[in-house]
Design a protein around this ligand. Structure first.
Ligand SMILES: Cc1cc2nc3c(=O)[nH]c(=O)nc-3n(C[C@H](O)[C@H](O)[C@H](O)COP(=O)(O)O)c2cc1C
Length: 377
């Protein structure tokens, strides 16, 4: 019998689809609704030790574009299609003490659904590392099935927090190790795309003992400047800071990062995020080697927790397994990663017959072997 269920980092999921850490998972009510709607798991909005204060006004908006002019804007226009989300929202404005009884109640109501707690602290000194451990212990003692360390929030001012950890392989390793020291449940680390080569930070997290890599958080970005008013489409008193881009626009970039990491670590676990609203996009992540997929932007636009999105994802997976039954595929595990090795160097892509390509280097005359590792022989 075909089955939607997956085991990921030792945790059993009834389906491989999770709501990612974001507004859809910022409250008990949302998470309970999400489980009722059919999500296999949720990652809570990132929890810290202390409450945070967000900017005045909108924390997130959606950008749309139209077939007529390809203009990308937050302004609502008839017929425009979703391009992306843009946000500068910080982590949960409720601290750990608020979350503890809620985690307990959610797990009591849905013992078979998976609740991953996203956590974040600083990393500048031993006291801060201890804070990661306090958060990890608090969530695991109160019922969380796993921990996701947020090394990826793109708009933290502190140099030792959020994506500033995810851009520093030393901090990635040290923080993961600190959390693993106290964790009795799986530890995932969520990485930022705002780094030169995510494989470096993924390696550091794995060295620290991480059980899975989660990618991607939003991409650093600015809103568009309105050509009439010359103001950023989202601003406070005319000012804006770098925020994060999510939704359809980031899918190809997030896939590229996923492919790099799954190729570098084919035996490790990966959870894919970025631009998923339907099974077709989730499938790309699975085919590149991810074992679960997470969703934010499309769920935000669908009754806040994505009841139709999860229906489409589940129905899409069922239909895909049915269509491929003759191949013997009964679950995600049977086709996971089968397109991972199709991503190769440009020099390995076929050229027109008779044409030679040497990776952009000059042709070498005679028998001298080119001293270049990157040119396929
Ligand atoms: C408004 C908003 C708030 C977010 N807050 C968090 C957060 O607290 N922690 C986190 O790890 N990711 C956060 N994210 C990132 C999402 O979890 C997700 O990684 C990103 O939006 C890409 O997925 P998508 O293309 O499905 O939106 C947030 C995203 C948005 C749009």
């Amino acid at each position: 019998m075909p089955s939607r269920s997956v085991t990921f980092t030792g945790i059993q999921f009834e389906n491989p689809f999770l709501l990612s850490s974001a507004p859809p998972t910022e409250s008990e009510n949302n998470i309970l609704r999400a489980f009722d709607a059919g999500w296999g798991g949720v990652v809570t909005k990132t929890i810290g030790l202390h409450p945070v204060v967000n900017v005045v006004g909108a924390k997130a908006k959606f950008m749309r574009t139209s077939a007529d002019d390809s203009y990308v804007s937050m302004k609502k226009r008839p017929g425009a299609a979703l391009h992306s989300s843009w946000n500068w929202e910080l982590i949960s404005d409720k601290a750990i003490d608020w979350w503890i009884p809620r985690i307990q109640r959610i797990k009591a109501a849905h013992p078979t659904k998976v609740l991953i707690a996203s956590i974040m602290a600083g990393s500048g000194n031993d006291k801060e590392l201890r804070n990661w451990q306090l958060l990890a212990q608090a969530v695991q003692e109160n019922g969380a099935d796993g921990i996701e360390c947020n090394f990826s929030c793109p708009h933290m001012d502190r140099k030792d927090m959020g994506s500033n950890i995810g851009k520093d392989e030393g901090l990635c390793s040290v923080v993961t190790e600190a959390v693993k020291e106290v964790a009795t449940i799986p530890v995932w680390t969520k990485l930022t795309p705002a780094t030169r080569d995510m494989v470096v930070e993924a390696a550091a997290c794995f060295r620290g003992g991480a059980d899975a890599m989660v990618s991607s958080n939003t991409f650093p970005s600015l809103p568009i400047i309105d050509p009439e008013t010359l103001e950023f489409e989202i601003n406070v008193d005319g000012f804006v800071s770098s925020g994060g881009l999510g939704g359809p626009a980031i899918l190809p970039m997030a896939l590229a990062n996923m492919a790099k990491m799954t190729q570098a670590f084919p035996d490790k676990a990966f959870s894919g995020i970025g631009g998923v609203s339907d099974f077709a996009q989730a499938l790309s992540y699975f085919l590149l080697g991810a074992g679960t997929v997470q969703v934010c932007t499309s769920a935000m636009l669908d009754s806040a927790i994505g009841p139709h999105v999860i229906q489409r994802l589940n129905a899409g997976l069922d239909a895909f397994l049915e269509r491929n039954a003759d191949k013997g595929w009964k679950s995600v595990e049977d086709f996971r990663g089968i397109r991972r090795d199709r991503v190769v160097l440009q020099s390995q892509i076929r050229r027109p017959a008779g044409e030679e390509y040497e990776g952009g280097y000059e042709h070498v005359e005679g028998y001298a072997a080119p001293d270049r590792a990157d040119v396929a022989s």
